[in-house]
Design a protein around this ligand. Structure first.
Ligand SMILES: Nc1ncnc2c1ncn2[C@@H]1O[C@H](COP(=O)(O)OP(=O)(O)O)[C@@H](O)[C@H]1O
Ligand SMILES: [Mg+2]
Length: 159
């Protein structure tokens, strides 16, 4: 499998990617849902992951080439990837915690080999639901809702 090397911002990654159990939790999540990008290993200031040979869902030109059946499949997969995060449990999480992608939007979703894939793995974080995840951090910007509306508008452009 071809590798993709992503350089990390150490200031942020020391609290996420390099934090204890982060990689173990990610790997367990990958086993649960292989639509997230596979991480091979971490190096200093770098994530080594699988290279996904496809395009980002915000690539209008490529998206316009797909027929409606494929676009519907993609939208269904995007929602299913989101919902799966709420179903996942592991020994690394308390009952009121979620393992969730903190930057879920169409720029971090790809279409490759007929599959929808979620990239930017360093955005995965542990969130405590009881602390009100909608009131803090990235999730409060309604990225999921934006994903929904942007996908629908892409379907609208299909001829
Ligand atoms: N595993 C990968 N395989 C192929 N391309 C990738 C992969 N990861 C990232 N990319 C490319 O790099 C871009 C930025 O990656 P991303 O991880 O989202 O970075 P950022 O943290 O800056 O948002 C993506 O839009 C995609 O084009
Ligand atoms: Mg990104």
């Amino acid at each position: 499998m071809k590798e993709y090397h992503k350089k990390l911002n150490l200031k942020y990654a020391s609290r996420t990617v390099y934090a204890p159990q982060w990689l173990d939790t990610y790997k367990e999540y990958y086993d649960y849902d292989t639509r997230v990008v596979k991480i091979f290993r971490l190096e200093s200031e770098k994530i080594i992951m699988e290279n996904i040979d496809g395009f980002i869902l915000s690539n209008e030109e490529e998206m316009k080439k797909l027929d409606l059946k494929k676009l519907r499949y993609i939208i269904n997969e995007v929602f299913d990837i989101w919902v799966n995060q709420w179903k996942f449990t592991t020994k690394y999480l308390e009952d009121d915690q979620l393992w969730i992608h903190n930057d879920f939007n169409i720029d971090n979703l790809m279409y490759a080999d007929g599959r929808v894939r979620l990239i930017d793995p360093d955005s995965f974080v542990k969130k405590t639901i009881s602390k009100g995840i909608l009131c803090s951090g990235n999730l409060r910007y309604g990225k999921f809702f934006e994903t929904y509306t942007r996908l629908l508008s892409l379907i609208g452009k299909n001829k």
